[in-house]
Every structure is written in structure tokens, then in C-alpha cells.
Design a protein around this ligand. Sequence first.
Ligand code: C2E
Ligand code: MG
Ligand code: MG
Length: 531
Amino acid sequence: MRISQRLLGLAFASADTLLEIDADGVISMAIGAGPVPGVDPGTAWLGRPLTELLGKASGMVVNKALGEILPGIRSPHHDVVVVCDAERVRRARLRIFCLPDIAPAVSCALVYEGDAFCLAVPQAPPLLDAQGLINRVRVALDSGQASEDVALAFVDVPGLTGEGEAQQRMEARIQAALQSASVDGASAARLTQERFAVLRNQGDDAEPLSHCVREAGAAEGLDIQPTTTQAGIGSGLAPGLVMRALKVALEACIESGDTVRPDQVFSRNLKATLKEADRFSTIVQNRDFQLNFQPIIDLATGNVHHFEALARFGNEGPAGTVALAEDLGLIDKFDLAVAEKALQHMRRPGYGLARVAINISGVSLGSDAYIKALLKMTQPFPDIRSRLLVEVTETAAVSDLEGAERRLGALRRAGIRVCLDDFGVGAASFEYLQNLSVDTIKIDGSFIRDVATNQRSSVMLGHMVDLCRSLKITTIAEMIETEAQADKVRELGIDMGQGFYFGRPSVDLIAPEPVGRAPVRRRQGEVAGWA
Ligand code: C2E
Ligand code: MG
Ligand code: MG
């Protein structure tokens, strides 16, 4: 056998296609496989400039390399894109060698990588986030679809890095595939880097989604192995409740990590949240909670000024339950139940002078329902209105300041006083002060904790007091636990104090022994005017 034939064998051992390029960059010889079946380089490529066969960026790189190659030298590998036909391209590696005997012509070896793929990436609406997806469910339910007819398909795609052009194109393909598989062509969401959720009809088969996603990878020459699962949303549920339960369940899917089945995490959390909501609704309906009362002391006299009503669920503190109720949209009903109970205490014989502060969540302030109901509840008892203070907690939840101001205004016009709780935490405190007309602010305990020892805290408190004085707003310091703290806040001019130092929350409106300066004894529950 002739040596030239044997050399050809050796050449093909390391390349798919061998090309010879003349001094003008035109292909003068081409042998070997084409990038796709049906394209024979020997006929299709002959006489064409090499750069014409390559993608634009690849063509520029190779053109430069052809200009720089020296006799006897082999170029490094160049990653190139070979144009197969009008629609498809294929990735390849190209190496150039300049054999002195044939210079200025050069030899090129082309090695294909992956499969050919379509360059055009389909356009699709952007993927939603979890909240966006929840909003779509809402639209579906509002348009008359029953909650049992709606399902979420979860698609986990391990190995999505988003790095490099091919990955990004694949992700755009996945986006298009999932969006078009969703109920309205725009209800697919990306929960994490590798996890997607798609709003579907309950009867839809989830498996074809895996196929679409695999295809999206294959179109870019990438091998991906998605897994798809599906979970229904449930039956006969009130849309408001479903929204909140969905939020909890989707957040669990985001946090659960990739090794856990998302449909199971979703269903479990959805169910648990709905059950909790049910339990909480029953608690509210049956008024199955207690109120404790903590005294708030007039710092100038040492007397009880009023009491704060704090909810108790058995031995449990309220913080977790209140947060859950806020999340589930049940807080205004609860806040009203608290108001009702507080009013019962205030109307008991012997408590005719007791003033009570009730907490209302900023969420409850988001609609007229709470305010209307509270005004109705107190209407027969004008004296109770003047003994009632409403403390707005979770002011972070107040988004509509105009609406909140209007609602608080209605309370104040009816003689009910208004206080901003936990003042100073959260960047928006001063914005609330600017926009909401209130009678009192309760400065958050975090400013009080170290007031006796930290100069900065006491300077800040001093300025808050000055500000409130100018605005004719009274001040309360909460979480006072020591005499030193009590002395310091009094010295700074804060009007009232609350904390374990003065008295812990207890089951009744019992005035504690006066603590601190100028104690004046009063009858149980008796207090002076708000002044
Ligand atoms: P808050 O309104 O700021 O209530 C003050 C919390 O601090 C109470 O906790 C009280 O027991 C506690 N506390 C009082 N003095 C001291 C002290 O000297 N040291 C310390 N470490 N703690 C003190 P609680 O009762 O666990 O209530 C927590 C939060 O739950 C309340 O904070 C309020 O935001 C919410 N909450 C309580 N009852 C209700 C309610 O009826 N409706 C609403 N919406 N929220 C409520
Ligand atoms: Mg409070
Ligand atoms: Mg507070």
C-alpha cells in the first residue's frame, strides 16, 4: 500500500474533515464527512471561502489565524461554528497546519462536536418568579376555573449553569418550551437555578414536559436529564386562602433543595398550611384565646396610664400565630376578636376607667373592613372609644399610606387614639410618622435595651423625643427591664414606660404596685385621663 494512503488513514484518525485552503482562503480540496448527512464537503464546499462556512465570529478568528500561520507550524485548536444549511449549525474544532511544500496553501483538520442544532432560538414571554406564578393562579381561579382543575408541574433540570452561549440558548429554549406548555402560554416560573414550575390543567400529562426540555438541550448539542412531577392545588378552596397557602408551599419548594421531590414538598406544605388556617379560623371563631394585660406607666407619676392587651394561645406567645394569621389573610378577623374581648374586659364592673391598648396588624389597616367593624362595635359605648388605643404593629405591612391615614383618621375622629408600635425599626418609620397622624409612638425595645450604657442609643432617643414633642405626639418606651433604663428614659423626657420592670403581662387588668417616682395609689383599674 502506498504511504500516501496510509497517511490519509492516520489523518482521518484525528479529524472528521480534511481541507486544503489556497492563498486566497478558498477551499481547494475537501475530503471526509460533512457536518450533517447529505452535505458532502468534496462537492458542496469546494471553491468556497473557508470563512463562508463558518459563523461570523468563528470566520473572523480563523481568517486572522490563516494570515498568521508560518510554514512548518501548527495552530492551536480553534472552537468554531460550522454552518450546515440554512437552519442548522454544528460546533467543531479546527486546526491549521502549514506544510512548507504546499505553502502558501495550508491544511486544515475539522473535528465535529455534539449534534447539529438550530440557531434560531424561539422567543417566549419571560419566566415568572414564585409571586408571579401565584398571581397567574389567581387569574385562573378568578376566571372561573375551579382550584381542583389547576395543577403545578415541577421540572427539575440538573446541570443548568447559565454559563456560556450554548447554555444560555438552551435556557431560552427551555423557557419557550415551558411557557408554551403552560395553560395560557405565559404561566411558567423559575423557582431556582434548576427548578421550574408550570401552571397546567389537572388532566394534563406531565411527561411530555421532560421531552420538550430534553429536546431543548439536544438542539444545542447538550445532554440534559430533566425530571418532571405534578401536584394538584386542591378542591373547593377560597381563592384568598389558596394564594397564601401557595406562597408558603412554593417557598418550601424553593428552599427544599434539589434532591427532594418538589411535588411532595409542595403538597405537604399546602396541606399543612390549609390545616393551620383551618385550626386558626376555629380558634378565632370560638374565641379560643386569652388576653393578658401589661401596664404602661406614666413616667412622671409612676402610675398606671393604661394597659396593653396581649394575645395568648394557651401557654404560647402570640408572635408566631400572629405572623401566620397575617400570612393567611386572617389577621383582621383575629384583631377584631381581640378588640371584642378587650371591650368585654373594659365593660366589667369596676373597670369603668381602665384604658386599654389593642394591637392591630398593619395588614388589618390595609382594608376598610377592620375599621368599619371596630367603629360599629364601639358605637354604643362612646366612653369606651375614649379609653381605647389602637397600636399598629407590623407597620412594614402598610403599603398604602394614604388609605392607612384615612382609616386611622376615622378612628381618631371617633375618639379612639392611635399609636405606632415598634417605632424606629425598619427604614420607613419616619415615613410613617410623616404620613400618618398618630397620637403616640412606642419606641422599639431595641433602642431601650442599652440606653443606660450606650451613649449613641440615648442620643438617638433624645432626638426622637424632641421630634415627637414638636409634632405633639406622646412617647412610650417599651421593654424596660431595669431601674437604670427606667431612670434614663424618664430623664430623656419619654412620657410613658412599659416592661418587666414595671409589670409583666397578667390575666387581669390589675394595676401593679407603683414603681419609680412619685407613686400615687389608685383603685384597681382606675386611671386618669389620656392627657
Ligand atoms: P408588641 O406589641 O411590641 O408587644 C410587646 C411584647 O414585648 C409582648 O410580647 C410583651 O410580653 C413583651 N414584653 C413586654 N415587656 C417586656 C420586657 O421588659 N422584656 C421583654 N423581653 N419583653 C417584654 P408578646 O406578648 O409575646 O407579643 C409579641 C408581639 O405579638 C407583640 O409585640 C405584637 O406585635 C404581637 N401581638 C400580641 N398580641 C396581638 C394581638 O392581639 N393582635 C396583633 N395583631 N398582634 C399581637
Ligand atoms: Mg404592641
Ligand atoms: Mg412593640
